[in-house]
Ligand binder design. Structure first.
Ligand code: SF4
Length: 218
């Protein structure tokens, strides 16, 4: 079997899906043309827009996975992300009339990807919304980030899976700098204290939100 340069999922027919993110899902028409050209070049018949604003090449042959990834890197450079953090960012500060003035959730999303990449905290899904309406589903993601008129709110332990749960507020009314510093601590904490592949909701259940808050905020 090939050594892949990143995670892919194998399908029943032996092909693989390769999911990528370009600028958190906000792309130009030219980007779509490039993606289409690469899909045709490697015989990919189906592209999927995922719930996490990724594009997934759905039926990539094993021998084409790495060449396709290399072409994607060549075409998109630093705009290309294979997001282990799985960050969803709502249209917010770039497009939405409801976005909280003065808050840039796209900049926060990019910073979260950077912080995520700097740690090995396992699967941490993040939603970054620019108002409390929460279109990026922050309260049911491992980490939820919401802009309010008073500042940023951070929640932890949301999950939309088999045993769903709503994230607990860990801090609010934060400046951007305070939020990013806290996120760094949260990723560091999970890197050091995660229990195998445990998701944040299970960590909250195991340790209790008060213990977790005290440990992270100290
Ligand atoms: S969360 Fe708020 S700012 Fe973001 S898209 Fe929804 S309504 Fe707009």
């Amino acid at each position: 079997m090939e050594q892949f340069k990143h995670h892919v999922s194998q399908h029943r027919d032996g092909t693989y899906s390769l999911g990528i993110s370009i600028d958190q899902g906000y792309m130009t028409p030219e980007d779509f043309t490039t993606l289409s050209d690469l899909a045709k070049k490697y015989g990919v018949t189906t592209l999927m827009a995922t719930t996490a604003k990724k594009i997934s090449f759905m039926d990539v042959k094993e021998e084409n996975v790495n060449p396709l990834w290399e072409d994607l890197e060549q075409a998109f450079g630093s705009r290309l992300c294979f997001p282990k953090g799985k960050v969803i960012v709502c249209p917010g500060s770039r497009f939405c009339k409801f976005a909280t003035p003065g808050r840039d959730n796209h900049a926060i999303g990019r910073e979260v990807e950077r912080i995520s990449k700097a740690h090995d905290a396992g699967k941490v899904k993040v939603g970054v919304s620019c108002c409390p309406l929460g279109c990026a589903m922050p309260r049911v993601r491992d980490l939820g980030i919401l802009a309010t008129a008073r500042g940023w709110m951070l929640t932890i332990g949301g999950n939309g899976g088999a045993k769903p749960g709503v994230g607990e507020v860990i801090a609010q009314d934060l400046t951007e700098e305070e939020l990013l510093a806290l996120l760094d601590k949260v990723y560091q904490y999970f890197q050091e204290n995660k229990n195998g592949k445990e998701r944040t909701i299970r960590t909250v259940e195991r340790l209790g939100i008060d213990h977790l808050k005290a440990a992270i905020l100290k």
